[in-house]
Design a protein around this ligand. Structure first.
Ligand SMILES: Nc1ncnc2c1ncn2[C@@H]1O[C@H](COP(=O)(O)OP(=O)(O)OP(=O)(O)O)[C@@H](O)[C@H]1O
Ligand SMILES: [Mg+2]
Length: 256
């Protein structure tokens, strides 16, 4: 197998005496759409911050192409950060800027030699990719929640990142908008060959977008597999999560 694009090796993180990550090992290969599942407070967002180099592990390593986030020099850090796009749960658009200006923002900042025409071209390409060709002139407050989310996606792909991270992209959306966003994520992978890591507890979304899945439970990755194998696994924690049952190892002790 090829060497992984992203590799986590025995990553541990505690806050005070609370161990949140207890020795995470995880490989993400180029072109994977990795979905990380886990209950509330399992450490998913903390794990994501480690993957993108925003949080430093107490011990262990996070490697990008074999290079440790925390051993890079300034130039390597800058180059590596540029390879990532991140879409936060709340789209975090600038409310005073139009949709066009929101998407153009990172481009103007990082592609200083681009002409206005080239920027406009790229903005419209990004809006096409998320299936919203005609909203460029609207303001964020004129958009529904799902549309805002899609504009957030469009902005996160503006610089053509190699790796996209999504933290709960469909939480709070209705089933139709969820399936629209799932399609957008699948399209990004198929058309742009983007490697993505998505955190979610939405099973329909996990099924639709994943090539591999990992189950995070009490600070450990307890199971990881290709999509088919994952959804057919015997693992008790995975089964309870996949079937959405109240009784099982995940809730042991909580219900009695
Ligand atoms: N900066 C921090 N300082 C102290 N504790 C933190 C910090 N960040 C996270 N935690 C704690 O780490 C644990 C895991 O948090 P995290 O946000 O990763 O959970 P999560 O799996 O993303 O949950 P949710 O599904 O609710 O988003 C929680 O108990 C949280 O309180
Ligand atoms: Mg979270």
């Amino acid at each position: 197998m090829n060497s992984p694009l992203i590799k986590l090796e025995m990553v541990k993180k505690s806050f005070g005496d609370k161990a949140v990550l207890r020795g995470i090992n995880l490989d993400v290969q180029r072109g994977d759409s990795m979905v990380i599942l886990g209950g509330s407070g399992a450490g998913k967002s903390v794990l994501m911050r480690h993957i993108i180099g925003l949080m430093r592990p107490d011990s262990g390593h996070v490697f990008l192409d074999g290079l440790d986030w925390w051993q890079m020099d300034q130039r390597q850090l800058y180059e590596t950060r540029k390879r990532f796009g991140m879409s936060f749960q709340e789209a975090a658009l600038f409310d005073s800027l139009s949709v066009f200006e929101n998407i153009a923002f990172p481009i103007k900042r990082h592609r200083r030699d681009w002409t206005p025409a080239k920027i406009a071209n790229r903005v419209h390409e990004c809006l096409d990719l998320v299936g919203m060709p005609s909203v460029a002139d609207l303001m964020p407050n004129e958009l529904s929640g799902g549309m805002r989310r899609r504009v957030g996606f469009a902005r996160s792909i503006a610089l053509e990142p190699e790796i996209l991270l999504f933290d709960e992209p469909t939480t709070g959306l209705d089933p139709i908008m969820t399936s629209v966003l799932n399609d957008v994520i699948v399209n990004l992978r198929e058309q742009l060959k983007i490697t993505s890591i998505t955190i979610t507890h939405d099973m329909s979304s996990a099924k639709a977008i994943s090539t591999r899945l990992a189950m995070l439970y009490k600070g450990d990755i307890v199971f990881t597999a290709e999509r088919e194998a994952f959804f057919n696994a015997d693992n008790g924690i995975v089964r309870q999560f996949v079937e959405g049952r109240a009784d099982g190892p995940v809730t042991e002790g909580l219900l009695s």
